[in-house]
Design a protein around this ligand. Structure first.
Ligand code: NAG
Ligand code: NAG
Ligand code: NAG
Ligand code: NAG
Ligand code: NAG
Ligand code: NAG
Ligand code: NAG
Ligand code: NAG
Ligand code: NAG
Ligand code: NAG
Ligand code: NAG
Ligand code: NAG
Length: 636
């Protein structure tokens, strides 16, 4: 990075000898930082969606935009993926991220959940809770749920306490729950439990706050005594005055706060990419700041749902793409946009923005085409894991949670008992969320939650009926969160009779490196492998999936995310340079394609690394720009 680190403000160290305080001045309707009036102009950034090598770059860009604060979520499931197994290192180093923000000169508004929404898998809640209790009433005072939440905070909050502003860190406020008034339960005992837990483990010298959508009912069920009420609202229409008027109903005095001013909006697979016009956001920010209010822009950088971390909405069930670009002021890849420049200009009317050059966007490189060679079907790879995949045997289908494999894919295998010479109807009403049905490796159809859940099958006694089910992300908003099990959650019926006798293979695919890669012949769903190498240093790039239909892609074992160009709007996946290796290393690309390859040859079909994103298009099924099938070796 080109900026000298001596320019950075080491706020903590400057005042560390003094008494630090962050409080509310109810007389003057403002926050007080060390006794002085303080108004935050903040942006949301999710460390779980940004590669750690870029944390500082993004925080610097936020600082240079004139922000004095950031707002972050802590996704519980990111840190405790398996019950009692914690991760706070590497990409999960939340303490390191918070300290970095402080080094850069930003204070931190902490949203510690346990529920975070954020279009994140299960709204941040760990799927292992569904193994412990499939009917757990999340976000209520269900004793089992409270026990898990309490256990989590006993681990998390002691790490957070030294990072509170009063203790020398940057954290000025801590949110209780998240837009709880939008949830049907309206369970004050649950909110009280969260408040007591925060007071017990963090002490009383930090401001606790709530955030709710600007409707009277939302504030009624989301607010709690001892927790400062804030509102959130988007940039359009007359929402601003109405929302702050409502905040005043609950907080007659104190600072006005919009905890989420939407700079853009989220996407769903199969829907157009969301765009919010620059002027609309800029005008709204201007109005809020002119009122002396505090504001957090959601998102300032959206980032990426790497791996299986995307969430979903319901009803109808709609899954969130891999890109979480959000049309935010910094792109998914952290690039400067016109929106960034415009918002910085607005901020400069109210607060001095740092007199330093805006950090540049990172270079992007078009590594070009990489031939992907068919390596084997899902049936092939079942037998090629070393050590072998675990297999669960059960009379009736078990859910993903029941077998303790929470993400990715799962395959249900049944040996057909009688000849099915004429079509019989196979029904999988409980498919979560999409399934490929095969008999003896022959694809017979795709079933989908909320869509077709019946398929006609034929087959012969002794053949395998395979149902490969994909988890597309757990619902993270509303009452659908109560029914979030994955895999097959009902019985499977053949002509109306329950099918019994299953072998169940968990296929998270994150251990694809354990597969013995060697050529085989077959049909989809299938693994494709490719490789490329380059000289020099790695740079960010975008992986274009136009020739493929749907699946999951891995680079050097890093789970880049889901691709689905036939549905869109995302066609290319952001590849951070940290996923790539310069020569003499070889980069391995692997993908699991579950539907259709659009190249003339199913044996070889290229992906292409390009230097621009594409998240606002669709590739109509059947279209393919790839004419030849030449093997392309790539060199920089
Ligand atoms: C810090 O607080 C203590 C106790 O309130 C007080 O005695 C002391 O003067 C304060 N120091 C500064 C530098 O404000
Ligand atoms: C805050 O309000 C009090 C009482 O109205 C007033 O005396 C004081 O000057 C105000 N402080 C600031 C910083 O405006
Ligand atoms: C924690 O996550 C990092 C990636 O951020 C990984 O390298 C490490 O192995 C994980 N640690 C544990 C204990 O799972
Ligand atoms: C989830 O929904 C399915 C289908 O509506 C239903 O059969 C099942 O009982 C529900 N499960 C829970 C835990 O509510
Ligand atoms: C989606 O985008 C297409 C192409 O730009 C446009 O024709 C269509 O009206 C858009 N649909 C919606 C709902 O905005
Ligand atoms: C599934 O299989 C694994 C590995 O064999 C085993 O540890 C686990 O207990 C099984 N779970 C169920 C629900 O059968
Ligand atoms: C089932 O089909 C196989 C293959 O067509 C045939 O060899 C076998 O005799 C059939 N069995 C019955 C019971 O019809
Ligand atoms: C299912 O019903 C169809 C149509 O009645 C029939 O042809 C087929 O043999 C039945 N299959 C089984 C397994 O009973
Ligand atoms: C199954 O086959 C029957 C008879 O050919 C047809 O009417 C029905 O639409 C088919 N069902 C599905 C789900 O394809
Ligand atoms: C990998 O597969 C090949 C071909 O099936 C086989 O010859 C070889 O022994 C396998 N290697 C391992 C380590 O299993
Ligand atoms: C790289 O891919 C090419 C083309 O498919 C293949 O011939 C070669 O064996 C691969 N190299 C390695 C090291 O896997
Ligand atoms: C997609 O985004 C690009 C870059 O912002 C823009 O030029 C193009 O018009 C957009 N296409 C659609 C269909 O919105």
């Amino acid at each position: 990075m080109f900026w000298p680190s001596s320019i950075l403000l080491f706020t903590a160290y400057i005042v560390s000898g003094q008494n630090r305080s962050f409080t509310i001045d109810y007389d003057n309707n403002t926050f007080l930082k060390d006794g002085e009036p303080f108004r935050y102009i903040s942006g949301s950034i999710h460390y779980s969606r940004i590669p750690p090598i870029y944390w500082k770059d993004r925080l610097m860009k936020m600082y240079v935009a004139g922000l004095n604060a950031i707002q972050i979520y802590i996704p519980w499931n990111f840190h405790e993926p398996v019950k009692g197994v914690y991760n706070f290192t590497g990409a999960h180093d939340v303490e390191g991220f918070i300290k970095l923000a402080q080094d850069v000169g930003l204070v931190v508004i902490l949203r510690s959940g346990p529920y975070i929404c954020g279009e994140w898998e299960f709204g941040g809640l760990p799927a292992w809770m569904l193994k412990e209790d499939p009917t757990i009433q999340v976000r209520t005072s269900d004793p089992t749920y409270l026990q898990f939440v309490g256990g989590w905070y006993d681990v998390l909050y002691p790490k957070i306490k030294p990072l509170l502003y009063v203790n020398g860190g940057p954290i000025i406020t801590v949110q209780i729950e998240n837009e709880y008034g939008s949830y049907f339960a309206c369970d004050y005992n649950y909110l009280r439990f969260l408040r007591e837990k925060a007071v017990e483990l963090l002490g009383t010298d930090v401001i606790l706050f709530s955030t709710d959508g600007s409707g009277a009912h939302n504030l009624q069920c989301g607010s709690l005594e001892g927790v400062y009420t804030t509102v959130d609202f988007g940039p359009t229409g007359q929402k601003c005055r109405k929302a702050f008027f409502l905040q005043r109903q609950w907080e007659p005095r104190g600072p006005l706060v919009n905890s989420e001013l939407y700079t853009g909006w989220l996407d769903h697979w199969g829907k157009n990419h969301s765009v919010t016009h620059i002027d609309v956001v800029a005008k709204s920010l201007d109005l809020i700041l002119s009122m002396g209010a505090n504001v957090n822009m959601y998102m300032f950088e959206g980032g990426t749902n790497f791996g299986y971390w995307n969430g979903a909405n319901y009803p109808p069930y709609q899954s969130v793409p891999t890109s979480y670009d959000y049309d935010a002021p910094l792109t998914e890849a952290g690039d400067i946009t016109d929106k960034y420049i415009a918002l910085r200009q607005i901020i400069s009317k109210y607060n001095p923005v740092p007199k330093m050059p805006i950090p540049p966007s990172t270079p992007k490189h078009a590594y070009g085409k990489v031939s992907m060679v068919f390596d084997g079907t899902v049936q092939d790879i079942l037998t090629r894991f070393s050590p072998p995949l675990p297999v669960n045997k059960s009379q009736l289908p078990l859910t993903m949670e029941q077998i303790g494999s929470y993400y990715g894919y799962i395959l249900y295998r049944h040996v057909i008992l009688v000849n099915l010479t004429t079509a019989s109807i196979l029904s999988v009403p409980g498919v979560r969320d999409r399934a490929n049905v095969m008999v003896n490796g022959r694809p017979l159809g795709v079933l989908e939650r909320g869509g077709e859940t019946d398929v006609n099958i034929t087959g012969t006694k002794g053949q395998y009926l395979d149902i490969l089910v994909e988890n597309q992300g757990r619902i993270g908003f509303g009452s659908g969160m109560l029914n979030n099990s994955k895999g097959i959650i009902s019985n499977v019926l053949l002509n109306g009779s329950i099918v019994e006798g299953w072998e169940i293979y968990p296929l998270p695919l994150e251990d694809l490196l354990r597969v013995n890669l060697s050529m085989a012949t077959g049909i989809s769903p299938s693994i494709y492998v490719g490789n490329f190498s380059f000289q020099g240093t790695a740079e960010d790039t975008y992986l274009d999936m136009t020739n493929f239909s749907k699946g999951q892609v891995f680079i050097n074992g890093f789970n880049l995310g889901r691709y689905w160009p036939s549905l869109g709007p995302q066609i290319r996946l952001y590849v951070p340079k940290s996923a790539l290796l310069a020569a003499p290393s070889i980069n391995y690309v692997m993908l699991f394609e579950t539907e259709n390859v659009l190249c003339p040859s199913k044996q070889i079909c290229a992906v292409e690394f390009m230097d621009t994103p594409l998240i606002n298009a669709t590739v109509p099924a059947g279209s393919s720009e790839e004419e030849g099938q030449e093997i392309t070796f790539l060199r920089r």
